[in-house]
Design a protein around this ligand. Sequence first.
Ligand code: GDP
Length: 232
Amino acid sequence: MTPGRSGTKRIEKRIEEPRGKERDFSALALSKAAYTLSVHDPRELPRPSVAEIAFAGRSNAGKSSAINTLTGRRRLAYVSKTPGRTQLINFFSLDGRAYLVDLPGYGYAGVPGEVRRHWGTLVGEYIANRESLAGVVVVMDVRHPLTPLDRELIAWLREAGRPAHVLLTKADKLSKQAARATLERVRRQLKDLWPESTAQLFSSLKGEGIDEAAAALTRLAAHKNKAPAKGE
Ligand code: GDP
């Protein structure tokens, strides 16, 4: 399942083509998202080029549904659910101008220590060192926000200087008032955890929060042009 080095090279070449357009982030071409490649080892990452917006979250939080909703493609992130691909970083090209990057989910019950360690190395290195990583969308179930693992991830993002945007998804599961109260609480907590983060309510089921999320993604991608992450 893991593509070899030659596969990675072939893809890189394709992504380099639309050079002239690569700094145009007025709107991300979310609807043009196309699966490009999967990476199992940080050494297999393609050469950094266009800005990358990564999606992370506890498994079952609703990350794949959010990606599918935002791209308007019902089964796009299905690729990340294919057995054997769940522990891979999956890249989706946005018309060659940016990448949407689906990071493997965390927090599975009963996952063997080795898989957890692999997750830590793969995602940890990607977050700490990836120069083209512009920002990270952290997907959380609005009913269980900021779990200890979410907090750990946010601490990594802070350490690496990566701006974050939290999608509190499945907002349809709470009353409007309860969802709003959760959003406000999460925003207050994020101020302490990582000030360069924002949050919103989202529902893939109801199609709620799509415009706000698309704007946040565009903002994250643009950030890359202004302030490179620490250590670059
Ligand atoms: P992932 O493991 O984080 O990629 O999560 P999925 O996108 O596969 O979603 C996990 C479960 O939550 C599935 O049963 C989805 O149908 C459900 N789900 C995802 N998003 C929503 C949402 O916005 N509202 C509701 N009610 N259910 C959702």
